[in-house]
Ligand binder design. Structure first.
Ligand code: ZN
Ligand code: MN
Length: 474
């Protein structure tokens, strides 16, 4: 029998807010544990929550970027559970009336354009961070109560590749949209992955397994592949897939049973009595719409249409926001867009790999890269000198013109020097000269190679060709 996998993702994204969701405590990564806390986020009885307006704005903007409908009347609910990462013993979230409804992500999967639909986005608060050591468990409440959105997809993905592309696209949109830094190391983006299989042709979904709290896209891919194979095997052997929560063991690349799945009613959701419903006017939604930043797809289109770049360049440059931002900044200072693009994808990218630091952390700036492009297009330096110069700027910084001067990197355009090299080339390469005179214009390249060697790469190639032709044709 043939089987089809159905995969849905519930992705938690931490918003870029200055303070927490329901109190004024700072939202700050890496602070001394349990220093950004107060009676509200520690769950003291009687402490009252106050809504963070920026979080609501960011959640709605995320929704607008993803094509969701903004719910004009949303409300808050308590999700009750007992665990020390939430000392109130409930999480404030949105059950039946979330902030955003519907939406979609359109992205390429192995060259094919696919649309993945969303069910909803709701706003909630984050739990504290637990660290389990052999001596005991540690809890850091700095993260408790920070703003967290949950983006829920429909079970519309059918392979690990689909899920990978979905996560990458979602991450880019959140970064470009200024919603979240999506730093996976800092846990800014974590997904619960629901996987089920069913015989091809069957409409009803199979029993789903939920793999909780994964932040690494490559582990998500491994876990999905493992889970699809496991469930098919269970069914093929005459068994039944049990609805449950499973963990992922990255050392063994397999999932393992954690607990049989609780149902929503186990959480005893009920309306949060300490917070008013959120009313959002059409005018407010219109205003947020007008403030939305450019998304990666739009930027890619702009690079092709306005800067005249090939689509390949545009795709590579927009794949990471900080690279695209750097490129944009450089292109405000020079008109040599294609040269800047070549350096970003070529020399700069290889330096990033070689030195293991990002272009933003390097000493190269959009200003200095733009100047390199202008020095090349103006004929001051040649392409090998440009690469050398970029490397110096990347590691040590400095003023491109001063470095060119100090290191003698400038191209030789001077006629008398070129003439001397051309004469030497002609005198020393009788065969190439004879070929040229016999009607083979390409043999001038052999002579040019000789000049470039003699000049240690500093002669300006078009000027060399012109000089050689002048001599040979006279
Ligand atoms: Zn607080
Ligand atoms: Mn959640």
């Amino acid at each position: 029998m043939k089987y089809e996998a159905c995969i849905g993702l519930e992705t938690h994204v931490m918003q870029k807010t200055r303070t927490k969701m329901f109190c004024g405590c700072k939202h700050e990564y890496g602070a001394e544990p349990n220093t950004n806390v107060c009676p509200v986020c520690l769950g003291y009885p009687g402490a009252l929550p106050v809504l963070n307006a920026t979080a609501i704005e960011l959640c709605c903007k995320a929704g607008l970027l993803l094509g969701c409908e903004i719910n004009p009347h949303s409300k808050w609910d308590r999700k009750n559970y007992f665990y020390p990462d939430m000392s109130k013993n409930y999480q404030i979230t949105q059950a039946d009336r979330p902030l955003c409804l519907g939406g979609k992500i359109v992205t390429e999967v192995n060259g094919e354009l696919k649309t993945f639909t969303l069910e909803r986005i709701h706003q909630e608060e984050n739990a504290a961070k637990n660290t389990h050591a052999s001596s005991g468990s540690l809890i850091d409440y700095n993260r408790a109560g920070t703003a967290l959105m949950e983006i829920v997809s429909n079970p519309c993905m059918h392979s690990a590749d689909d899920a990978f592309a979905y996560i990458q696209a979602l991450k880019l949109i959140m970064e470009y949209g200024g919603i979240s830094d999506c730093d996976l190391e800092k846990g800014h983006m974590r997904s619960d992955v629901n996987v089920s299989v069913r015989p091809v042709g069957q409409e009803k979904l199979g029993a789903k397994v939920e793999i909780k709290n994964m932040n690494s896209p490559s582990f998500i891919v491994e876990a999905i592949n493992y889970e699809i194979a496991r469930q098919i095997e269970v069914i093929e052997n005459g068994g039944k897939v049990i609805q449950e929560t499973r963990g992922y063991d990255s050392d063994r690349s397999e999932t393992f049973s954690q607990r049989t799945k609780e149902d929503a009613h186990d959480y005893r959701y009920f309306p949060e009595p300490d917070l008013l419903p959120v009313e959002i006017s059409a005018a407010q939604i219109q205003k947020w719409k007008s403030e939305l930043p450019e998304l990666p797809v739009q930027r890619r289109e702009r690079y092709v249409k306005e800067l005249g770049l090939p689509d390949y360049d545009a795709k590579v440059l927009t794949a990471e926001k900080h690279i695209s931002d750097f490129f944009d900044a450089a292109c405000k200072l020079t008109k040599q867009y294609k040269l800047v693009s070549n350096y970003m994808m070529g020399k700069v990218a290889s330096l990033v790999t070689e030195k293991s630091i990002s272009v933003v952390e390097s000493k190269l700036t959009p200003e200095t890269l733009a100047q390199v492009a202008d020095l090349v297009s103006g004929g001051t330096i040649g392409s090998s000198a440009a690469n050398e110069l970029i490397e110096i700027l990347f590691t040590s910084g400095g003023d491109p013109k001063v470095i060119v001067e100090a290191k003698g990197m400038a191209q030789v355009n001077d006629d008398s020097a070129l003439e001397k090299w051309a004469e030497e080339a002609i005198a020393g390469n009788a065969k190439a000269v004879a070929d040229y005179k016999a009607g083979n214009p390409a043999s001038v390249n052999a002579l040019m190679g000789y000049v470039m060697k003699q000049s240690k790469g500093k002669a300006n190639p078009p000027a060399v060709i012109a000089m050689l032709k002048k001599k040979l044709d006279s």
